[in-house]
Design a protein around this ligand. Structure first.
Ligand code: URA
Length: 194
């Protein structure tokens, strides 16, 4: 949607932004604790961006988003939508792993905000799927619970935004999988995948 950049230009701009992020030291603690930043990855022409919280231990070690247990469940959820990882773009709200996987604090969220905003501005995906409360609250500037935010489309610039439970939450609360599946079906219907 909107005036979209040619793919080569998107790749170029994403690579430039990734190198700025790699050198970021705005959060002194996170910059000291991280093995590396996790910028995000995927198809620069994706219709769908999946927007997570922050890297965990596996992601911090390998520099790639969603490759641990939550990532494996996310892959299944994406496949259930008849999509593959190659079709989508994956990014996080915060690009460094918080110590012991604690939630990013308000200063860290504010420091990292310009990076995901620029990333989404380059990508301009048709849909942004917020995984969990941290990404939803940051993107939509709201404090409503997932229960209140799910099952309807929100707007972020030209992108439609859907909020679903984080796969790490679903691993701990399998009863919520039914709700997540209903949300993904809503996405598929709206996007013409079902
Ligand atoms: N959880 C997230 O929110 N993001 C990742 O990249 C991995 C786990």
């Amino acid at each position: 949607p909107g005036t979209s950049l040619p793919i080569a230009e998107r790749e170029n701009q994403l690579a430039n932004l990734a190198s700025v992020v790699a050198g970021c030291t705005k959060c002194t603690l996170l910059a000291k604790c991280r093995t590396q930043t996790v910028f995000g990855e995927g198809n620069p022409a994706a219709r769908f961006a999946f927007f997570g919280e922050a890297p965990g231990a596996d992601e911090d070690r390998l520099g790639r988003p969603f490759i641990g247990r939550a990532g494996q469940l996310l892959d299944k959820m994406v496949q259930a939508c008849k999509l593959q990882r190659e079709d989508i773009y994956l990014l996080n709200t915060v690009k460094c792993r918080p110590p012991e996987n604690r939630n990013p604090d308000p200063t860290e969220l504010a420091n990292c905000r310009e990076y995901f905003e620029q990333q989404l501005q380059i990508l301009r995906p048709e849909y942004i799927v917020c995984l969990g409360a941290v990404s939803a609250h940051s993107l939509l500037k709201t404090k409503l619970s997932i229960g209140r935010l799910r099952q309807r489309f929100h707007q972020y610039h030209e992108s439609k935004v859907l909020v679903i439970y984080h796969p790490a939450y679903l691993l701990r609360n399998p009863d919520a999988k039914k709700a997540a599946w209903a949300d993904l079906q809503m996405l598929m219907r709206d996007a013409g995948l079902a």
